[in-house]
Design a protein around this ligand. Structure first.
Ligand SMILES: *[C@@H]1O[C@H](CO)[C@@H](O)[C@H](O)[C@H]1NC(C)=O
Ligand SMILES: *[C@@H]1O[C@H](CO)[C@@H](O)[C@H](O)[C@H]1NC(C)=O
Ligand SMILES: *[C@@H]1O[C@H](CO)[C@@H](O)[C@H](O)[C@H]1NC(C)=O
Length: 310
């Protein structure tokens, strides 16, 4: 979910027509400030991070003229990356001193914060864990069934950390070739695992430099590659489909088939400008069909998935 990965990926598309879903631009940062990751509150208000700001923002996507409003500013940080709701309206958020030139976090600066918004008043912030060995914590996932755990993708180390947000304990969950960057022989930047999300005991993840979308059982090491593309972060829906942001301007839908393989199709093409992450609305039948996409060009785009792909 971080920085534009500048390399050519040839997507092999099936011969059938590509269904393009309707999109609506609902916000653009005035300065083009990059937007990085997104979570949707139970009320359907969006929470948005930026790699170039230590402030967590909120946006009401149903407002006539949506604005980006401050929620909380984290100390000892200049940027935020992943965000994940690990208990109802309580979020884990990655904060760090990011060097956007080196594409790395300053040593020792990576902190997983917990931000509790349940009171409706002043957010309650708590340093939940430090990851001193992290070089670039990026995507963040909950672990359904274990509300004390989140997983953090480290794109530079090419590993996923398991973080206990109650005790602060951190361990490496997976560090394999499939999660690692290729290294200097590959196209820059050398970023491996990027977005990650867990569903039914399976970890799904993208790898930026390898340009893959893959899955591996939690605790396992046999990785299955599901598709190839310049993928960033993504979201999984209730039907087990993955909606994957795809550089430079697309959204790719992976649909599980009965025989265990996935159908891959581009459902939004060229309209997006550096898509970085995606999350569905929550409050009401209409909202749950709207996919909100953030972009590195500072946009929030609503994708109407109610018509579905062809
Ligand atoms: C939204 O912005 C437009 C253009 O600036 C303005 O004309 C309109 O009155 C605004 N609507 C609301 C509800 O604030
Ligand atoms: C960021 O990284 C670049 C390239 O490695 C380096 O030249 C620069 O000094 C770093 N900036 C800071 C503030 O550490
Ligand atoms: C799985 O099913 C799809 C759709 O019916 C088919 O195109 C594909 O070839 C099948 N793959 C395997 C490995 O059986």
């Amino acid at each position: 979910m971080m920085w534009l990965v500048n390399f050519l990926v040839l997507l092999t598309l099936s011969a059938c027509g590509i269904a393009t879903l309707p999109t609506q631009l609902i916000f653009q940062t005035p300065t083009g400030q990059s937007l990085e990751n997104i979570a949707v509150r139970p009320s359907s208000k969006l929470l948005i991070t930026s790699t170039v700001s230590p402030t967590l923002f909120t946006l009401d996507p149903t407002a006539a003229n949506a604005t980006l409003d401050e929620v909380f500013t984290f100390p000892d940080a200049n940027g935020l990356t992943g965000i994940a709701e690990y208990r109802p309206d309580v979020y884990a958020i990655v904060a760090a001193e990011l060097n956007v030139t080196a594409i790395m976090a300053a040593p020792g600066s990576v902190v997983i914060w917990s931000l509790d918004l349940t009171s409706g008043g002043t957010p309650a912030a708590r340093r939940a864990a430090r990851i001193p060995q992290s070089k670039l914590a990026n995507g963040l996932s909950t672990v359904p069934g274990d509300p004390d755990l989140v997983l953090a993708a480290d794109s530079v180390l090419g590993a996923a950390f398991e973080v206990n947000v109650r005790t602060g304990a951190v361990r490496v969950l997976i560090q394999e070739a499939a999660t690692a960057p290729i290294g200097p022989s590959g196209p820059p930047p050398a970023l491996g695992i990027n977005g990650l999300h867990v569903r039914a005991g399976v970890l799904y993840f993208t790898n930026s430099q390898r340009a893959t979308f893959s899955r591996v059982p939690l605790g396992g090491s046999t990785v299955e590659v599901l598709g190839s593309g310049a993928f960033d972060d993504f979201t999984l829906d209730t039907e087990g489909r993955a909606w994957v942001t795809t550089n430079p301007g697309a959204l790719t839908l992976f649909t599980p088939l009965k025989n265990g393989t996935f159908e891959e199709e581009v459902v939004v093409n060229t309209v997006l400008n550096g898509p970085s992450s995606a999350a569905f609305g929550r409050d009401g039948a209409r909202e749950t069909k709207i996919l909100y996409v953030t972009t590195r060009s500072g946009q929030v785009v609503a994708v109407d998935t109610s018509g579905g792909p062809a």
